[in-house]
Design a protein around this ligand. Structure first.
Ligand code: NAP
Length: 250
């Protein structure tokens, strides 16, 4: 049984209808947080919410397509409305990771990847971090990737978008840290989720390059996100934590 260390806190998790986000929503709820599960797919969202409630947790679904800033701002307002005007923890997890050669990358794909992976976290933080600062505390965790730190052929678009998120993590730690808001990131290695399981061979061969030699489970990544979100990480600020089976260490 997890401790109830996040009792009374409200956590908004984007991309929580699947994979790492769903596992994070469940793990935050286990610690007592009231979790707002964000995504586009209401059926998958309600499934995650139902599983949390079945175990006695508090959760609600908020629908948003996060590719435009207006929808991002609306999500922030909806989340504040649903949870009594406060969001204490924001997990910027929603992301897409299409791979392919730079020369074949259409402008529309470039814009879609940067919209979800960079612009959405940017405007969610713009909307929610000031309220956290006014209340004297909060935690933001950004979900990044080893492709932001290493050069992988075929991952230029994706990796560069998450490299922007790594830098934003540090810039926001400088901007909001002095007012009690901790901002950190997890830099994730190959992880088995609904999406990556569809390319099992690629997942395994990428994972084989790391000391751990296997893909992570979504729950293993969620555990690191929850650590950074919770007060036990009270002196951890602006960190980009590799959670990658050792891949970026060797
Ligand atoms: P996933 O299973 O594909 O889930 C992606 C989530 O993002 C879903 O909940 C999806 O919800 C949401 N989403 C997608 N497009 C959206 C949009 N336009 N607006 C709002 N939400 C949207 O992903 P995952 O594998 O768990 O990955 C989660 C995060 O970890 C991503 O940021 C990814 O880059 C990062 N990461 C993953 C791995 C890995 O190996 N899995 C490795 C490194 C980093 P809806 O479909 O309901 O909208």
């Amino acid at each position: 049984m997890a401790s109830a260390s996040m009792q009374g806190k409200v956590a908004l998790v984007t991309g929580a209808t699947s994979g790492i986000g769903a596992a994070t929503a469940e793990a935050l709820a286990e610690r007592g947080a009231h979790v707002l599960v964000a995504g586009r797919d209401a059926a998958r969202g309600e499934h995650v919410v139902g599983a949390i409630r079945e175990r006695g947790g508090r959760a609600g679904f908020v629908s948003a397509d996060l590719r435009d800033a207006t929808a991002v701002r609306r999500l922030a307002l909806d989340a504040l409305g649903l949870a009594g005007g406060r969001v204490d923890v924001l997990v910027n997890n929603a992301g897409v990771y299409p791979f392919g050669p730079t020369k074949d990358t259409e402008e529309s794909l470039f814009d879609a990847v940067y919209a979800l992976n960079v612009k959405a976290p940017f405007y969610l933080v713009a909307e929610l971090a000031p309220g956290m600062a006014e209340r004297g505390g909060g935690a933001i965790v950004n979900v990044s990737t080893i492709a932001a730190a290493l050069g992988f052929s075929g991952m230029a678009l994706y990796g560069s978008s998450k490299a922007a998120l790594n830098l934003l993590t540090k810039a926001w730690a400088a901007e909001y840290g002095p007012r009690g808001v901790r901002v950190n990131a997890v830099q994730v290695g190959p992880t088995r989720t609904e999406t990556t399981a569809q390319a099992e061979e690629e997942l395994r061969s990428l994972a084989a390059q790391a000391p751990a030699g296997r893909p992570a489970s979504a729950a293993e990544i969620a555990a690191a996100i929850v650590y950074l979100a919770d007060d036990e990480a009270s002196f951890v600020q602006g960190a980009v934590l590799p959670v990658d089976g050792g891949r970026t260490a060797v």
